[in-house]
Each structure stands twice: as structure tokens, then as C-alpha cells.
Design a protein around this ligand. Sequence first.
Ligand code: ADP
Ligand code: NA
Length: 350
Amino acid sequence: PFKPLVFSGVQPTGSLTLGNYLGAIRKFVALQEDNDCLFCVVDMHSITARLVHDDLKEQTRSIAAAFIASGIDPKEHIVFNQSRVPGHAELAWIFNCVARIGWMNRMTQFKDKAGKDRENASLGLLAYPSLMAADILVYRATHVPVGDDQKQHLELARDIAIKFNNDFSSRIEEAGLAVPLTMGEEKVNAYFPVVEPLIDGPAPRVMSLRDGTKKMSKSDPSDNSRINMTDDADTIAKKIRKAKTDPDALPGDVEGLKGRPEADNLVGIFAALSDRTKADVLSEFGGRQFSEFKPALADLSVTVLSPIGDEMRRLMADPGALDAILLDGAERANALAEKTMADVREIVGF
Ligand code: ADP
Ligand code: NA
């Protein structure tokens, strides 16, 4: 079996939101206690939707700062940016030849981001999930904490690993690189693990505060209801006060949140921020009005996010120190990636 290893990435595309924090970064912090982890700023992904950015380095530092300010230890684990480790792009090319065009065409994120003029989207946007699979598998990582929006991409990463393992199965064995893996009934010779997504928790997909049917996204600049990790206390409180709700009181149980996306979203946020379940939160707030619940949620949000925002600003004031952390991380990541790539070159026959 494969040694457990955690990998996850965040794009340097704008101010980090409460969605990124609860769907991803807060989970990273919890996972680092019992696992070896790599946390990556995926700058190569950020040019798939928009090619020219004036502040990519600054954005990259701010994601690293958010990781560290949230509690990730960059000495114990690896914090780095993708473009500094060439193995990601090299393995992605091989995966482009493993994956099928039909697989990519089915990705809902591609359809959303490409919009109507699909022929004019970048080839990189279509191949995005292949690079994402390479990000993970170049370390042969086994567990990937992400938000629910990434579920389909992770299924594709699993499909790529399975197809690579199948297509090259005798070469993997000949090279003495086979790891026995049981897939259902079948025993297979694997080189790549079939990754497990870690998507659980009470807020796997934080929704926009003005439209409970749309996800809160840092890449959507038109949504000014979103809570940023660096918002000050007044801004956070104001955004929560203005959040869309329905006129009813909070239900007493989770069943009662059905068909009430805004209520469900706010209760999920409260639960995730306090490491409780939604049922537990509703046992406290069931029957109360949003006029009572919102101030409690605002206080909790400020208590959790304010110290992180302050620490992010402190870290961002010393760009040289952040660059040194990222460089050290890239060197350690590169050493691991190079081992995998030496195997992969042999398996493919280069
Ligand atoms: P974004 O979609 O905000 O631009 P990324 O694509 O960089 O963010 O994703 C970084 C991580 O944050 C991923 O694990 C993604 O699933 C998670 N994430 C992004 N938005 C949300 C959200 N609204 N709720 C939960 N997790 C989210
Ligand atoms: Na995303």
C-alpha cells in the first residue's frame, strides 16, 4: 500500500474567501497534525482562464501567507508554488496523453469557465484537470482535502491514475515499481495511488451570501457579498447582516434546512467555524430568528478570521521572508517530484 500523504492546492487568483478557508485551508491545518503534507500555490493553473496577471508574485505570497497565518507549519510540511517544480508540467504532459478528450469535455467547471464561446477558451483551461492530477500524483499523494466544487476533478484524477496503472501495468512490474493495490475484486499492479478526496464537514461548499444557489468564489469579482479572509471586523459583520435569508425562524433540526439554501449555508458556516455539526448548532439556535443568529455568526466569524487576517498582513509586510519559505518548500518538493519523474520516465520508456 501507499504511504499516506496529503496534497492540496489553491490558485493565486484574488482575495481568499471564507469558502476557501472552510472548504480547504482550515482542513489543511487539522490534517497536518497526523500527516505529511504538501500545500501548493498553483500559479500555473491561474493562467488558464486569464493569461496576463500583473501581480502574480504578490498573489502567490498572499496565499502562502494565508496558509501560514491559519496555522500551517512550513518547516514541518511543504509550502511552495507549482511553477518552481518542473515535474508538475512534465507529468501533466504525460497525463494529457493518458486522459481522453471526452473526459475533459464533461467537466462542469470547464463549461462554466469557458462560457458560451467554448472554441475560444484556452487549451490549458480544458486540460486543467490533467495538470491537477499531476500536481497530486507527482508526489504520489493519497489524500486531497478540497471543497465540493473540486469533486469532479478528483474523480478524473482517479481515472487518470487507474488508466496509467492499467496501460503501463507490465512495464510497471518489469521496472520493479509495482505497488499491489486491491480495486474492488481485482488485484492490480499500481504505480500511482487512486487518490481519496477529503470533502466532508458541515460546509463543503460555502455559497454566496447574496445568492444561496451560487458558490462563494474568489475568482468572481462581481460578487461583493463574499467574505474575504482579510476583511476587518466591521466589514465581516456588515456582510453577514446583509446576507440574504428567508423570513422564517431557524428550524430545530437539519431536516428543516431542506429547501432553505440561505439558512442551510449560514448554519453550515457557523458549524464549520466552531467545529460543530449543523445539528448541534440548530439545537442551540432552532426557533430563533436570523436577527439573533446573524450577530452570533458575525462574532464567531470575526473571532476566527480577524487574528488570521492580522497575521497575514504581518507576513505580507516581509515579502523576502515569504519568498524564502516558498523557495525552501520548492527545493524539498522538487526532490520528491524528481524521484517520481525518474520512475515515470523509465515506465514510459523515455
Ligand atoms: P476559487 O474557486 O475560490 O477561485 P480555488 O479554485 O483556488 O478557489 O480553490 C481553492 C480551494 O478552495 C479548493 O479546494 C476549492 O474546492 C476550495 N473552495 C473554493 N471555493 C469554495 C467554496 N465556496 N466553498 C468551499 N470550498 C471552496
Ligand atoms: Na475552484
